[in-house]
Design a binder for this molecule. Structure first.
Ligand SMILES: N[C@@H](CCC(=O)N[C@@H](CS)C(=O)NCC(=O)O)C(=O)O
Length: 230
């Protein structure tokens, strides 16, 4: 039994982000699966926005709303402070840049990637139907490239998004692109070489790799091979 509980499913890039921060700092945690299609009442009490992840810190409280934090960004901020993790860069400006890139990954990029590519591929298959490949293909070819252009420009040839070390910006973008990698693959390395390398490094990073192998196990049956959207 660990002090920390993460509620969610590994197949959520936001849950993956929280797990990455915990893993990076070798924090033991228990994982409790939540079915997002049918969230239990007790979970809705600790997740007012009806979303995963939620984290419980049992050193604060073992029951009820007390001791819980909803929203991956809030959770990561809490963990960064609690663990003195240094994931927000080294200056006030870098902290702002990290927060912006995390927001860009979690909101701007996640919306088309999750709702208009990942879900249209996976969710019909969960119901025994065929993927909505028209929607996924349109997102992949017409929507995502401008996000990849921005991220490639922002990396500007560097290994990390902000400063010279891993930050929450790298983790947040890496967790979203790992979602793409699960069903389609990495961004095209001919077109976005620096971003593709970054995404590959993050998908293989030990703080994320364990989550991805749990995802593979869950997805193998439904997406046995990557989908060609080109
Ligand atoms: N801003 C939230 C977003 C979390 C989110 O959107 N989670 C999705 C799963 S990937 C969810 O819970 N969706 C619930 C639903 O679709 O009903 C965070 O960073 O935690």
């Amino acid at each position: 039994m660990s002090e920390i509980i993460v509620y969610g499913t590994p197949v959520s890039p936001f849950v993956r982000k929280v797990e990455a921060v915990l893993n990076l700092h070798s924090v033991p945690y228990d994982f409790e699966n939540i079915n997002i299609m049918d969230m239990p009442g007790w979970f809705l009490e600790i997740s007012p926005a009806k979303r995963i992840p939620v984290l419980r810190d049992k050193s604060i409280s073992e029951n009820g709303v007390e001791g819980t934090i909803a929203d991956s960004s809030a959770i990561c901020l809490y963990l960064d402070k609690k663990l003195n993790a240094g994931l927000y860069g080294e200056s006030a400006f870098e902290a702002g840049r990290v927060a912006w890139l995390e927001e860009y990954a979690d909101s701007e990029l996640a919306l088309p990637l999750g709702m208009k590519l990942f879900r249209p591929i996976l969710f019909p298959r969960l119901a025994g139907k065929e993927s909505d490949l028209d929607t996924a293909r349109q997102t992949y070819n017409e929507v995502l490239p401008k996000f990849f252009d921005y991220l490639e420009d922002t990396l500007n040839g560097n290994e990390f998004f902000v400063g010279e070390k891993l930050s929450l910006a790298d983790i947040a973008v890496g967790c979203q692109l790992a979602q793409l990698n699960l069903v389609v693959g990495l961004p095209d390395s001919n077109r976005w070489p620096v971003l593709a390398k970054h995404a590959e490094v993050m998908s293989n990073h030990p703080c994320i790799a364990a989550n991805l192998s749990a995802c593979q196990k869950l997805l193998n049956r439904f997406v046995p091979e990557k989908v060609d959207l080109s």
